[in-house]
Design a protein around this ligand. Structure first.
Ligand code: ADP
Ligand code: MG
Length: 366
């Protein structure tokens, strides 16, 4: 079939003693924009290369549509790949660059030209087809590389950090173009990135990876609002992760005591905690109120941490307040600008950071 659904089943890749990819299970729906997100070295490129057929799995299955592709050469997989360094052939015209993979496949000259011109039309570069790569800007070269990889009508396009060579302005522009192009073509895009904002802006499905494993695969909204693990919560950058031991359980609420002595209330959601058990939860930066410490009636108040202001950064619509809380790496609140000016605070001030218990999000057990 022509479906671009990708299924990875118990997929493993070892390089010597390194488990680059470890027992991964993932289904990427046909026609979706999927981002593999994780720090350098976590196995993202290795997964792409196995899907493309440039790397053989140590064990496991890869299916595209209803075809099992392990063992098939790259050209028979219906995939195309665009790399981080998208180097065009410097001695070929733009049109010949785009037609290159058709020539490799023995497609005749007239047909090659026709299809290359159509593809150049699609990326709005038809007027530049007779130029040489060196006569194009970085962004234009990027679009030519995209056209070149799409010319064989793949059902899956694999993109390895495709925007990392561009400056900030072009990167944001190309990001929109990629998303639009994917929606128009309706094929599956698998896009590797280590940049969280890039993944959540583009992806229907974000796959968060940590050293060869998948921590969570879900929609961008779900990953951002309901991270499954402390790792995902931290990686999404918008979360403060807190831990405590269960002290009491009431209707719908578990009461935790932290090592620092704070009391936290967390919704039980679908977990059944046991007394004494350690649990982690996260609180989004946007749901935290910062007040001078003297304003808090009692330090025993639940759902608050106490610390000192480390830094204040004006961000336009909000003010980013970073706190030093003993025993924590970071605690950050994004305070709406109008709220910030109700009671200005500065570095060194002792403050309380408070939230409503409904904004505590329970993470998988530590
Ligand atoms: P990412 O793309 O997420 O940065 P990679 O897939 O490139 O990660 O690499 C995952 C791990 O596998 C890393 O530890 C890397 O050093 C290792 N690795 C990748 N390719 C090879 C190779 N050809 N030989 C040996 N080790 C490799
Ligand atoms: Mg890589």
């Amino acid at each position: 079939s022509n479906s671009g659904e990708i299924r990875l089943v118990d997929l493993t890749k070892k390089f010597g003693d390194t488990d680059a990819v470890k027992d991964i299970n993932l289904t990427i729906p046909h026609g979706s924009y999927c981002c593999l997100l994780g720090p350098s070295g976590c196995g993202k490129t290795t997964i792409l290369r196995m899907i493309a057929g440039h790397e053989t799995p140590t064990s496991g299955e890869i299916t595209i549509g209803d075809t099992s592709v392990v063992g098939l050469p790259p050209v028979q997989r219906g995939t195309a790949m665009m790399f981080q360094s998208y180097a065009l052939f410097p001695h070929l015209s733009i049109r010949d660059n785009v037609a290159f993979y058709l020539k490799m496949r023995g497609v005749g000259k007239d047909e090659r030209r026709k299809r290359a011109d159509e593809m150049l039309e699609r990326v709005q570069l038809a007027h530049l087809r007779d130029r040489m790569p060196a006569q194009l800007s970085g962004g234009q070269q990027q679009r030519v590389a995209l056209a070149r990889s799409l010319i064989t009508n793949p059902r899956v396009l694999l993109l390895d950090e495709p925007l990392s060579a561009l400056d900030e302005f072009l990167r944001l522009q190309m990001r929109v173009e990629l998303k639009t192009l994917q929606a128009e073509l309706g094929i599956t895009f698998v896009h590797v990135t280590h940049t969280q904002p890039e993944a959540i802006a583009l992806a229907d499905m974000v796959v968060v990876m940590d050293t060869g494993r998948i921590d969570q695969a879900a929609s961008a909204r779900e990953i951002y609002n309901s991270p499954a693990t402390p790792y995902v919560a931290r990686f999404m950058g918008a979360q403060n992760v807190l831990t405590g031991a269960v002290e009491g359980i009431e209707d719908g609420i578990a009461r935790l005591k932290s090592a620092r002595g704070e009391t936290f209330e967390i919704p039980r959601q679908n977990v059944t905690p046991a007394i004494g058990e350690e649990m982690s939860f996260s609180v989004r930066r946007d749901y935290i109120a910062i007040r001078k410490r003297s304003d808090i009636e009692t330090e025993a108040a639940a759902n608050a941490v106490f610390g000192t202001v480390d830094s204040i950064e004006y961000q336009g619509n909000f003010v980013k307040v970073s706190l030093q809380v003993p025993g924590m790496d970071t605690f950050v609140a994004n305070v709406p600008d109008h709220d910030y000016f109700v009671e200005p605070i500065g570095p060194g001030d002792a403050v309380a950071a408070k939230w409503d218990k409904q904004h505590a999000h329970v993470l998988d057990r530590v």
